[in-house]
Ligand binder design. Structure first.
Ligand code: PLP
Length: 471
């Protein structure tokens, strides 16, 4: 069998594995009937900012894996750190009082880089379990303070915080909720910041005032004695890279402080350099959070790992004598191999001054992408650091969308793939989150691919009568 496989042609291997995938893998967020027709795109190799599919076609990976391969592909230093740890100790329990040296080392590093007195790290397996953990610790914190009713959470429309039953309750994207149970009565939603589609006729400042007023009204409606925490992504990522008006975070944080509401900064996407800093909430947006959750860039996706980093203030309460366990945890939370990988990854981020690259190439990238605004269909190009989004519209003035069936985001992505770039479609959006090592030359090449791809789709849409003109 082994020798047969070694001699297998590229075509046969591709057909065999595609068929296995199509018949047996259930892909997250797939539309299963469509997938049954289109089949998978199997990615086989990676180097730097590029990946190669199973047929040997190479792409610039503007998805960065899934907003996570921050240091790029093919880092031997990381794979060797993983192998060393596997040989020395592949696994040991993190429960109760057991632990491993890499987890201890990494917790110390995270306490160093997290802002303020966020000194205590609960390791998880990824971003969803980090947010689950944050919710559970917050509820236990208030329970131990004698405030068991103060366990409600405020989240925002367009938010994404994960896909476990608990974390997905905080999701603010309605299409993702169809056909599943969302009946937790202690999660409440307020508007997302969404500058591009802000209330018509308002300036950025007025929009900020409206958002702040609605936020405070929601707290008063539910009751400040009930609201425990406000969950935020510094920049709403999967919801469409929604940027907030200037001063938004500081203004809402003041309101949280007034009502004793904890600020949870979900930095699963924005952490580990995507915005040019270890974390964004304090450095970029000026808010000291009570909890940071992170995953993805923590290991650059080389191994699964997440963390909820909590403040001294919360820890003090959780650690009070109460004869009560911290009943939360995952067998593979803080897996020693993943922790060794995270340490090697952080060393690369630091040694190669990768944040500096984000802070210099990032603004150029945005400027270059914003030149696409002269094209048909392009309603908005927004972003910060190494995360961006193009929002496609039928009509730029009214911001009217094309019918869903046109699937404009996906059609543009298919054109990009033809031209050698992976981009992520989310409905009428394309989101872009390349490895943080992207160069100026790669920016230029990618911008050209985007331009040609958008033009090709616009031409086709004109032929189909879906848009009037492409001038
Ligand atoms: N939080 C944010 C902001 C995310 O974007 C994601 C995933 O994309 C998650 C949480 C969930 O992380 P994971 O998929 O690792 O569970």
């Amino acid at each position: 069998m082994k020798t047969e496989r070694a001699a297998e042609s590229v075509e046969n291997r591709s057909a065999r594995l595609s068929s296995l995938d199509q018949n047996h893998v259930l892909h997250p967020w797939a539309v299963l009937d469509e997938f049954a027709e289109t089949g998978p795109i199997l990615v086989d190799k990676g180097d730097g900012c590029y990946v190669t599919d199973i047929n040997g076609k190479r792409y610039f990976d503007a998805i960065g894996g899934l907003w996570c391969v921050n240091v790029g592909y093919g880092r031997r230093e990381i794979s060797e750190a993983a192998a060393r740890q596997m040989n020395q100790l592949p696994f040991y329990s993190p429960f109760v009082s057991h632990g491993t040296p890499p987890a201890a080392e990494l917790a110390g590093r995270l306490a160093e880089i997290a802002p303020g007195n966020l000194n205590h790290v609960f390791f998880t397996t990824g971003g969803s379990t980090a947010n689950d953990t944050a919710i559970r610790l917050i509820q236990n914190y208030n329970y131990r303070r004698g405030l068991p009713e103060k366990h409600h959470i405020i989240s925002r429309r367009d938010a994404y915080h994960g896909s476990t039953y608990l974390s997905i309750q905080l999701i603010g994207k309605d299409p993702d909720k169809v056909g599943f149970r969302f009946d937790v009565p202690w999660v409440h939603f307020v508007d997302g910041p969404n500058l591009y589609r802000r209330q018509e006729g308002t300036t950025e400042e007025e929009w900020l005032d409206i958002l702040a007023r609605r936020f405070e009204e929601k707290i008063l409606e539910v009751g400040p004695d009930k609201i425990a925490a406000f969950f935020t992504e510094p920049v709403q990522a999967a919801g469409g890279v929604k940027l907030a008006p200037d001063g938004y975070h500081v203004k809402l944080a003041r309101i949280c402080k007034k009502y004793d509401i904890l600020w949870v900064s979900d930095e699963v996407v924005t952490g580990f350099g995507r915005l040019g800093h270890w974390f964004a909430v304090k450095e970029v947006f000026g808010v000291q959070p009570d909890i940071i959750t992170c995953a993805k860039g923590l290991t650059s996706g080389y191994a699964p790992l997440g963390a909820a980093i909590i403040s001294d203030k919360i820890h003090e309460v959780l650690a009070q004598p109460a004869d009560q366990m911290l009943s939360n945890g995952f067998t593979y939370g803080g897996h020693p191999v993943s922790c060794a990988v995270a340490l090697a990854n952080m060393e690369i981020l630091e040694r190669e001054k990768i944040f500096r690259n984000v802070l210099t190439v990032g603004p150029y990238f945005l400027e270059k992408m914003q030149t696409l605004m002269d094209l048909p269909l392009v309603g908005d190009v927004r972003g910060i650091g190494m995360v961006q989004c193009i929002e496609f519209v039928k009509d730029k003035a009214s911001k009217e969308l094309l019918p869903e069936a046109v699937d404009v985001g996906d059609r543009i992505v298919k054109q990009c793939m033809k031209r050698g770039a992976m981009v992520r479609p989310i409905a009428h959006l394309n989101v872009i989150s390349p490895p943080l090592i992207m160069t100026v030359q790669q920016v230029d090449e990618f911008a050209l691919i985007m331009r040609d791809s958008i033009l090709a789709v616009a031409k086709k849409l004109k032929e189909e009568g879906a848009i009037q003109s492409i001038d």
